[in-house]
Design a protein around this ligand. Structure first.
Ligand code: SAH
Length: 392
């Protein structure tokens, strides 16, 4: 492993694969300049709703990703390669060392690649649909040190898997669980539906804002845990909880925001589509000794519509939808329930602007807009936005 690079905010660093990989559009730009660009972008899209606070950056914006994914294939000479898909194609760009991904996780992926030939494990060929290993996903709990390796295979039959697992564990110390995920579909989805635990518990734990979270292979978990704490603390402080509120954590994933807020609320309900994430959320609440929280599985919009007509109405809503933003069903139900405050956590300022237009057109005013840089070097920007009900 190369020595860890440190980072001055004004230093410019660059990655040799940047132009082919396409993941980091701000390569070659100092971190200070990146933050200035993101501030401009946030102001352009969100400035019409109110003052945009200065974006909160990272002290050390390198190797921050706790989740590393690599696709496996062969180059023209037949050599096994792993890396990332070139932008808008299925050609693999090999990345020997990525500057934003966790270094230990990258080393594990390279070790998997180097072990394959001696175990005669064939990599998957997308065109022919032959071969076994398709992807490797590594997740590391930065606080706990626990490491999960997910080997995504095209078929359940994995010859000499026990010996392979043994060899991987002895080559890379610190792996706490190894899972085989079976994905036989000919799509670009990374994970299939079936997991077989080959070693350990089948999940890892990590700590955020003083709580411990269990993370399964398919559950969503923020990839930059350092900035996630900043994000969650901002969101919870925007909610202005007094201990009396009924709170909804919509698009709750494994329950992280709701669990972080539960100590300041009367009761929290989390709603989430992914069944694995809901299962993790229930366990997380139990393991953290939090009793005033419950979780529902389902579509957040449908759930909100249901409680708008009949059910316990939240005083405060946290909403953290995927990149595509929220839906008309969710937003219209939220406006009919009329919580005092909505805290919108967004990973896409464009869909946030669209949804803010709806909410501000239906009696909500924007109080605060705080961008948080969760993804240095990339073009993504996370924002926390506080909305208050103006029709009391
Ligand atoms: N708040 C969580 C997860 C945010 S990511 C965290 O900070 O970790 C967005 C989450 O929304 C994902 O877990 C995804 O599975 C979930 N999701 C996507 N569409 C949904 C829908 N229609 N209804 C409910 N949850 C949904």
């Amino acid at each position: 492993m190369k020595e860890k690079q440190t980072m001055e905010p004004s230093r410019e660093i660059s990655c040799s694969a940047a132009s082919r990989c396409g993941g980091c559009c701000y390569q070659g730009l100092s971190y200070r300049k990146q933050l200035a660009q993101k501030q401009k972008q946030a102001e352009k899209l969100l400035g019409k709703f109110g003052r945009v606070e200065p974006v909160t950056g990272m002290k050390e914006p390198l190797y921050y990703r706790n989740k590393v994914h690599s696709v496996f294939g062969r180059d023209k000479k037949g050599q096994i390669i792993c890396g990332t898909y070139e932008e808008n194609s299925h050609r693999i760009v090999t990345v020997e060392e990525c500057l934003i991904e966790d270094q230990k996780s990258q080393q594990i992926i390279r070790t998997v690649r180097d072990l394959l030939p001696s175990f005669r494990i064939r990599v998957y060929d997308e065109d022919l649909g032959t071969g076994l290993l398709r992807h490797v996903l590594v997740r590391r709990g930065f606080t706990t040190g626990e490491i999960m390796v997910v080997l995504v295979t095209a078929s359940p039959v994995f010859p000499s898997k026990n010996n392979f697992v043994k060899a991987l564990r002895s080559a890379c110390h610190g792996i706490t669980t190894i899972v085989q995920n079976i994905n036989s579909r000919r799509t670009s989805m990374v994970l299939g539906d079936r997991n077989v635990v080959l070693y350990g518990k089948g999940f890892i734990r990590d700590e955020l804002c003083g709580h411990v979270f269990r993370i399964s292979p398919a559950s969503f978990y923020q990839v930059n845990p350092v900035q996630t704490e900043v994000l969650y603390r901002t969101a919870v402080s925007f909610a202005g909880l007094s201990g009396k509120e009924e709170v909804l954590d919509a698009y709750c994933g494994i329950g992280t925001i709701g669990i972080t807020a539960a100590g300041k609320a009367a009761h929290v309900t989390g709603i989430e589509l992914n069944p694995d994430a809901v299962r993790d959320a229930v366990t997380n609440a139990k393991e953290n000794g939090i009793r005033n929280i419950c979780f529902r599985r389902g579509d957040a919009g449908e759930y909100l519509q249901r409680i708008a007509s009949d059910g316990k109405k939240p005083d405060v809503i946290f909403m953290d939808p995927p990149r595509s933003g929220s839906t008309k069903a969710f937003l219209s139900a939220a406006c009919s329930i009329r919580p005092s405050r909505i805290v919108y956590i967004s990973c896409n300022p464009e869909t946030l602007a669209r949804d803010l237009t709806y909410l501000t057109g239906h009696g909500y005013s924007v109080g605060k807009i705080q961008p948080v840089d969760m993804f240095p070097y990339t073009g993504s920007l996370e924002t926390v936005c506080l909305l208050s009900n103006t029709q009391k």
